[in-house]
Design a binder for this molecule. Structure first.
Ligand SMILES: [Zn+2]
Ligand SMILES: [Zn+2]
Length: 166
């Protein structure tokens, strides 16, 4: 098993995780309330697992070169119309982020005070890394928990290290 640790201060940022060969398919979600009252999609990753996402994820978003294209801004998210043009936006964010179940970071990350997000019930994750290391405050991850997006936490590959634990 491995854990992700903060590259800046060495603090542990996740529960013990096993590496999956790829990000599982994003589950379908009807946007309705979950039994616990939350409104977010089923988690993409099971507890205790992580995977590398080779696709660009999160901010910044840039206009797609094809104005007819209307796909999801990044996998699992919805289509975002370009406020300044005819087409839609796509993620030009970092590739090869480490994806985990958001609950596997509980108590180890804090909300990034530098990021202001407007969501209807969760964290859209569109303004850049919205989670910091709870120990040293370095921005390390983006949490997606809005009802129209995926339910995932993506760690920046340069901000964390992978360490093995017994
Ligand atoms: Zn840290
Ligand atoms: Zn919502």
């Amino acid at each position: 098993m491995n854990v992700l640790t903060c590259a800046a201060c060495g603090s542990r940022l996740t529960e013990p995780l096993r590496l999956l060969p790829e990000v599982p398919p994003r589950p379908e979600y009807d946007g309705l309330k979950n039994p616990d009252g939350s409104r977010h999609a089923p988690p993409t990753l099971p507890r205790g697992a992580y995977a590398v996402d080779p696709e660009p994820c999160g901010a910044p978003y840039v206009p797609h070169p094809d104005p007819e294209w209307c796909g999801s801004a990044h996998p699992g998210d919805v289509c975002i119309g370009d406020p300044d043009g005819p087409g839609c936006l796509m993620s030009a964010g970092p590739r090869d982020t480490w994806v985990v179940h958001p609950e596997d970071t509980r108590g180890r990350l804090s909300a990034n005070p530098a990021v202001e997000e407007v969501g209807c019930c969760g964290r859209p994750g569109r303004e850049g890394p919205n989670e910091v290391c709870a120990e040293c405050g370095t921005a390390v991850a983006t949490r997606y928990s809005e009802c129209y997006g995926p339910y995932e936490t993506h760690f920046l590959p340069d901000a964390v290290r992978v360490e093995s634990v017994v």
